[in-house]
Design a protein around this ligand. Structure first.
Ligand code: GSH
Length: 206
C-alpha cells in the first residue's frame, strides 16, 4: 500500500494528496512535520535526509520531492490522463510545474508565512506588499496562458495544474487585495469542482 508522510497543511503534501485523490489510489497518510515531529527520527531521515515532508513509500520504493512524487504517481498510475500521452503536453506540464516552483513559490512562501504564520506586530508590511505586487505580475503570465486552454497543458487536467493550482488556492485564501485575472479565475473555478482538489487543497490556511 502507498504510504505518504506529511501534515495536511503543507502545500507540498497537498500536491501529492491531490494527485493521489485524482488517481483514486488506496493509501495511508501519516502525519509528519512541524508539530507532529517524525521528520528528525533516524528512520525517517534514512528515507528523506532533508527531514522534510512529503515522503512516500510505494511498495518499497521511497521518494521525496513533491513534484517528483506527483510525476512518479502520474506516470505509474495515470499514464495518458494526469500524465499526458503526448511529449509536447508533457513538456508543457513540466514547464509549468518548474515555473510554479521557481517563480510562484519564492513569492508565495513569504506571503503565506508573513500573513498566516507571523504575528501582526512582527510582519514586514513593505516586503509583503512588494511580494503581493510581484505576485500580481506573475498571475498575469498565467492568465495569458490560460486564455486559450481549459487547463495548463491543454483541455484536460494534468500534473501541470497541480503545483500552480495549490499556489493559486493559497493566493485566493490570503487576506490581501487580489487583482482580476479572468482566465485564472475560470480555471480556478474548474479546479474547485474537482472532489480531490476540494478534499486536499481547499483547506483552511494554518
Ligand atoms: N522541495 C521540497 C520541499 C519540502 C518542504 O520544504 N516541505 C516543508 C513543508 S511544505 C517541510 O517539510 N517543512 C518542515 C516541517 O514540516 O517540519 C518538496 O517539494 O517536497
Amino acid at each position: 500500500m502507498l504510504k505518504i508522510w506529511g501534515r495536511t497543511n503543507s502545500i507540498n503534501v497537498q500536491k501529492v494528496m491531490w494527485a493521489v485523490g485524482e488517481l483514486n489510489l488506496p493509501h495511508e497518510r501519516i502525519d509528519a512535520g512541524m508539530q507532529f515531529g517524525v521528520v528528525n527520527e533516524p528512520w525517517y531521515r534514512a528515507m528523506n535526509p532533508n527531514a522534510r515532508v512529503p515522503t512516500i513509500d510505494d511498495d518499497g520504493f521511497v521518494l521525496w520531492e513533491s513534484n517528483a512524487i506527483v510525476r512518479y504517481l502520474a506516470r505509474k498510475y495515470g499514464a495518458g490522463g494526469l500524465m499526458p500521452a503526448s511529449l509536447e503536453r508533457c513538456a508543457d506540464a513540466d514547464r509549468w510545474m518548474d515555473w510554479s516552483t521557481t517563480t510562484m513559490a519564492p513569492l508565495m512562501t513569504p506571503l503565506f508565512w508573513g500573513h498566516i504564520r507571523t504575528p501582526p506586530e512582527k510582519r514586514d508590511a513593505a516586503a509583503l506588499e512588494q511580494a503581493r505586487q510581484q505576485m500580481e505580475a506573475v498571475m498575469q503570465i498565467l492568465d495569458a496562458w490560460l486564455a486559450s486552454r481549459h487547463y495548463i497543458a491543454g483541455n484536460e487536467l494534468s500534473i501541470g495544474d497541480i503545483p500552480a493550482g495549490c499556489f493559486v488556492q493559497r493566493w485566493h485564501a490570503l487576506p490581501i487585495p487580489h487583482g482580476v485575472h479572468t482566465h485564472v479565475a475560470a480555471w480556478y473555478e474548474r479546479l474547485c469542482q474537482r472532489p480531490a482538489f476540494r478534499a486536499h487543497v481547499m483547506l483552511p490556511l494554518s
